[in-house]
Write a protein that binds this ligand. Sequence first.
Ligand code: WTA
Length: 665
Amino acid sequence: MSDENQVELEARLEEQEVFEPSEEFVAQANVSDPDIYEEFEENWPQSWERAAEMIDWDESYDEVLDDSNPPFYKWFTGGKLNASYNCVDRHVENGDKNRVAIKWEGEHGETRTYTYQDLYREVNEFAAALRAQGVEEDDVVTLYMPMVPELPIAMLACARIGAPHSVVFAGFSAEALATRMNSADSRCLVTCDGYYRRGDALDHLDKANEGLDGVDHGVDSVVVVDRLGEDGFDHELRGNQHDWDDLMAEHAGERVEPVERDAEDMLFLMYTSGTTGQPKGVKHTTGGYLSYAAWTSHAVLDIEKEDTYWCSADIGWITGHSYIVYGPLALGTTTVMYEGTPDFPNRDRLWDIIEKYAVDIFYTAPTAIRAFMKWGSRFPEQHDLSSLRLLGTVGEPINPRAWKWYYKHIGNEECPVVDTWWQTETGGMMVTTLPGVCDMKPGSAGPPLPGIDAQIVDTTGAEVDAGRAGYLTVNKPWPGMLRTLYKNDERFVQEYWQEYSDVNSDDSDDWVYFPEDGAKVDDDGYITVLGRVDDVINVSGHRLGTMEIESAIVGVEGVAEAAVVGANHELKGEAVYAYVITEDGAEGGEELRGRIIEGVEDAIGPIARPEEVVFTPELPKTRSGKIMRRLLEDVANGEELGNTSTLRNPEIVDTIARQVEQQRN
Ligand code: WTA
């Protein structure tokens, strides 16, 4: 094809705003009947039985939804089940024991394959080991682990004995680990000696140990996976620390009956960032969450057990929980796990993996797609990606250009792309196209899923007209929803319901969930999500609280005050900008900047590292003393400054803008 032709075709692609799934895709899709939307609406909440039917119950539930005490909704009440049984045992029993459950690839190319039978054996043995370590039903077990197969094995072992897990992303700092263990009163930790990143071995146990030193209560037991072998860092295991392999050998061949859990019993806790400095412990339950993860994996990701499915997220975030572990394994499919970065040893690593395992379905984040785009299409072009049937994205808004690049260069214009909006709190996907039913509009996530009642409203709660920006709200409960914030019902109501609900009402209709995202809706009901409207920023799909970063910065010696905002960033989506006032008006130099960055990395982790640290004598404040973050964002984005007339100190904005300009040059 000539270059001119190519340009002309690209231009056409730019113009085309609606894409249809191919007939071939629709013909084989798990869900292809458009009536499903109506069915759910007419028969709500009974229609949610479709989700419950995706899993096996030891005892059937009495009621689909108990909404007698909003917003403390209960789903599938009276039902009994075990998540580990659903993700492992039932496939072994149903003749799929030799099907591959987990296909793992390390950064250096080594691979491990776990059939469902292998998974069954290891989950049982580790469940026995946890019990022997004194872990009882309802004890919270913290898993501070990188992308090694032992992580899903440990999660399923916890689920087997009814001990909720709390996975802490391996990239989080020691302090972040301690905060989460303290908050959950967790007395058992499973961690790892290290892992590989861009070819280098990283010492993880050192961080884990430092974190353990910050835990306020006794820790009974620590299990350490030996990932690095000879590349390891010569740590002596402490008194209560055990080597994973030793424990597994001790419990070899043991079997542990899956504990019968109530549908509403906690399956796991996941800490996430919110408006305040303290991370929130989002509580998910066994019946509702598992049904929802399985149902959305079936309906949106179109997973069938014969597929090889790959979600490139980290299990340390909710995406990995729902769509690497629980959803795919509940459906009995093969889920791929990759330890490392997409550019090691080369920028074609992901495409190499897709070709090698003939991946059918690939789910990733817009930030990754923007990086692939920048690296260029020659990397995917080196590989045969024709096994792909469906593509997905999650974590942040995707701009139409990145969407189209993904559609064309990865999906060869044959794979539908699902842009899935959801949150840690929602447990699973909420707003996205059903790939076998809906047309796709690049940049717009799509309509709410069947059974999900989402609306875009103004500050008074009135629905806004099509095309206008407003706030996304969810007006009916759904099975995968968080049940509360761990040991903090009050904050749960405040954070998610207060804004738009009649909080004194017992009538479920008066309760509205507010995810704190801005959005607009088109005439056809397609929703475009515009990003957070609270003090949460989204850096490379990672959710960070500005207050958490600010409190880390203020903890640095020599800092008097700090304000953190998110600024637009070509690859990361948003980047952290920190505006800092020094103590006694001292000069802020390179040394202090270094300590500030270190302070943030220590408190949270490298993901929260400020892109820019700007020293300023003052922050723009309103007469009532509130920091005007909007102006700081404008400055960081190099945009025309908004209205400064309500400021007590309007002149400061120009000073700051000049400072940023100088630093950039
Ligand atoms: C954002 C990740 C636009 C949103 C699963 C949400 C998105 C936050 C999308 C939750 C999307 C997630 N389009 N924005 N498809 N998906 N978001 O809890 O702001 O880590 O509130 O869950 O990510 O982030 P969380």
